[in-house]
Structures are given as C-alpha cells and as structure tokens.
Design a protein around this ligand. Structure first.
Ligand SMILES: Nc1ncnc2c1ncn2[C@@H]1O[C@H](COP(=O)(O)OP(=O)(O)O)[C@@H](O)[C@H]1O
Ligand SMILES: [Mg+2]
Length: 369
C-alpha cells in the first residue's frame, strides 16, 4: 500500500511493510534478475526464493535471510504461487507463517497489504466486497458504490492476496473462497457482473495446526490449496540465529543495543524453550514436563527483546540473566498452578545443576520469589 506522506513519513512507520523495509534488496534482486518472471511478478521464482533465504548477488549486494529453514520448503511455496493452486502455510504458532506470507507477497507482487485477517467474526464482505452505504442509498447499486475486498483487488490487479488464520473463519464464509480459487471469478449478483482474476493473482492462507479449526477446512476448499508445513527450527543453533537476527531488527527500530552482546543469554533462553518444549534436556538424559504454553520461537524473540530493553534502560546495556528471567517466567508460566510446578521442577533439577548457569539460576529464583 502506498502510505500517505502526510500521515507517515518514510522511515517513520513503527513497523514498515516488508516491501518498504527491504525495498533496496528487492530493487537489487529485480535488477540482477535475468530469469523469466511469471506474468505480473516482480521477480522470477528463483529470485523470490533468494529474497526469502538470503544470498549474495553477482554485484556483491547481500540479501539478508528472512526465513531460516529448509530451502525446499521455500522453493515449493514459491512454485505453488506460480501455479493455479493457492498456498496454505500450516504450522504451530510462531513458525513464521505470517512472516513468510508477508515476504512472499512483497517479493512476488511488491505489496503485502492485500490482507484479510481471519477471525470467528470475519464476514463474507471481507472476502468478497462491501458497499459504501452513502453512495448505495444516493445512487443505487453501482460499481462506484462497491467497496472491493483485498481479495477482489488482488484478482482484478493480478496480485497476491493474503488470508490470515483461515481456519478461524466460519465455514460458510470460508466457502466463499471456493469459487474464487476454482473458477477464478467473483460474481457480483447485485450488478449482474463479475470480477475475473487476471494472471498474476494468487492467494496465500495461513492456518494454525494447534487450532481445532484445521479439520474444519472443507475438503472442497482444501483441494484448492497446496499445503506447506513450516516446521519448528530443527536445531538450537538455527533457533539462536533466528532469534538474534530478528531481535537485532526489532531492536534497531527501538534504538536498543545490538543483541550480539547478549548471545550467551539468547542461547540460554533458546535452550530453556527447546528443553521444555521437547520434554527432555538437550543431552537427552532428563525427562521434563512440558508447560501449557507453546514456547514458540516468536515468544523467545519477545523475551529477548524485552530483556534488551531492560538492559538498555535500567542496566549497563548488556543483556544479563536478570534481564531475561522475568520475561522467561512469564512465557513459561501461563497457567499459574500447573505451569508453576513444571517450572520449579525444571529450575531445581536442571538449571541449578548445570555448569555455568549459577547466575541464571539465582536470577530466576529472585523473580519467582
Ligand atoms: N524459521 C524462521 N525463520 C525466520 N524467522 C522466524 C522463523 N521462525 C520464527 N521466526 C520469527 O518468529 C516471528 C513470529 O512469526 P509469525 O510469522 O508471527 O508466526 P506464526 O504466524 O507462524 O504464528 C517472526 O518475527 C519471525 O521472524
Ligand atoms: Mg500468524
């Protein structure tokens, strides 16, 4: 979306859209791209994959990795968008479904804002179109009175539409997408017209496989999608890389110190998250109970960002155990009674005994007290 210069100056948005935040990289990729591009795509599929996974262009421009994970996943996702099937990104919370969807739309169409947020209350109009009632009453139903949904705009302009949390949308509203995805048309019975999708149109949906909802995705709709499952980070190193990279980006926009100073604490947070999530210590020796929360990578990112802010404002700017302990406790203990027991056991049986973790153990004890 083009931002109104009078409301938001360049670089002013608290969270710029991917196509703005990485405009330089996208321009460099387009300039270096000598492969065929599908109709209305800004980049070739290969360059879209490079944008997501990172790389170095022939002229030396460095493309930062946005997604850290199996290359094949990204290749399949990008390729799907160049076919007549839509893309469904599935995974547990915090596996970068929204993030990947935004970056794919930015790289393919140069616009990640044609977005429908799925909730239990998402109405059909959010997917089809609504009416400007003042115009409707004054002039009757006409194209001028019609307010197109993001999906309708994407169809008309050959762009990428996004639907977040598809399975939270009521089944009958979801079904609106069947015609869109199979016939590539959106009928407007009030006007006796239709909007036909032009080449370049496709849709990325995300869904949470913890939501009871997934099974409610009708098989008719499911068939229109190619499903790509985003996994949790395979190794602790990969997860540390994801967290520190993202924390640096967020921290930069909040004027926080670089996360590299706190790599030891980031490793610790990731270790705690992974051990509790997996229900076993990293060395495989001690079985653990898992808390009720998801302990996603996204939450690890929040814990570290919060810790850095504490270090910057109330500490010496370096991330220390006491800066992450409170955030960590908040992420782990969601259910005050059950999770509290899980955490106490972990603290006493694992953290306390681990070499080099004494300061961290003390910090955790202090916030728990
Ligand atoms: N594999 C990954 N690669 C890069 N970033 C990741 C990865 N996994 C999680 N993240 C980060 O986690 C954050 C949350 O991801 P999000 O897209 O909101 O998750 P989801 O939509 O799957 O719940 C994003 O800021 C993203 O940078
Ligand atoms: Mg999401």
């Amino acid at each position: 979306m083009t931002t109104d210069a009078t409301t938001t100056g360049p670089g002013e948005a608290l969270r710029p859209h991917a196509e703005d935040a990485f405009a330089g990289e996208l321009r460099a990729l387009a300039a270096a791209d000598d492969r065929p591009r599908p109709e209305r795509w800004r980049l070739s599929p290969r360059s879209v994959a490079t944008y997501l996974l990172g790389g170095t262009l022939p002229d030396g421009t460095v493309i930062t990795p946005k997604y850290v994970g199996p290359r094949r996943i990204v290749e399949v996702a990008v390729t799907t968008l160049a076919t007549d099937r839509a893309l469904l990104l599935l995974g547990v919370p915090g596996t970068a479904k929204t993030w990947v969807s935004e970056h794919l739309a930015a790289a393919v169409s140069g616009d990640s804002t044609l977005l429908v947020q799925g909730t239990a209350g998402t109405p059909e109009e959010a997917i089809r179109y609504g009416w400007n009632y003042a115009r409707l009453l004054a002039h009757g139903p006409s194209r001028e009175a019609l307010v197109p949904s993001p999906v309708m705009r994407a169809m008309a302009e050959g762009m990428t539409a996004r639907v977040e949390e598809l399975t939270r949308i009521p089944a009958d509203v979801q079904d609106t997408l069947i015609t869109v995805l199979s016939e590539k048309t959106l009928p407007i019975p009030e006007l006796g017209q239709e909007v036909q999708a032009v080449r370049g149109f496709n849709l990325i949906a995300t869904a949470n496989d913890r939501d009871r909802g997934v099974n409610e995705l009708s098989s008719a709709l499911r068939r229109r999608f190619n499903t790509v499952v985003l996994p949790l980070p395979a190794t602790a190193e990969a997860e540390v890389e994801i967290v520190s990279r993202r924390v640096d980006q967020i921290g930069g926009s909040l004027d926080l110190p670089p996360a590299t100073d706190g790599l030891a604490e980031i490793r610790r947070v990731v270790t705690v998250f992974r051990e509790l999530r997996d229900g076993v210590t990293a060395d495989g020796r001690t079985k653990l109970k898992s808390p009720s929360g998801t302990l996603s990578t996204a939450e690890a990112i929040s814990v570290v960002t919060g810790g850095l802010a504490l270090a910057a404002h109330f500490g010496d700017g370096v991330l220390r155990p006491s800066d992450v302990a409170a955030g960590l406790l908040g992420a782990v203990v969601r259910d005050p009674s059950a999770d509290q027991v899980v955490w106490q056991e972990y603290l006493e049986a694992v953290v306390r005994e681990r070499e080099g973790w004494k300061d961290f153990y003390r910090a955790c004890r202090e916030v728990a007290a």
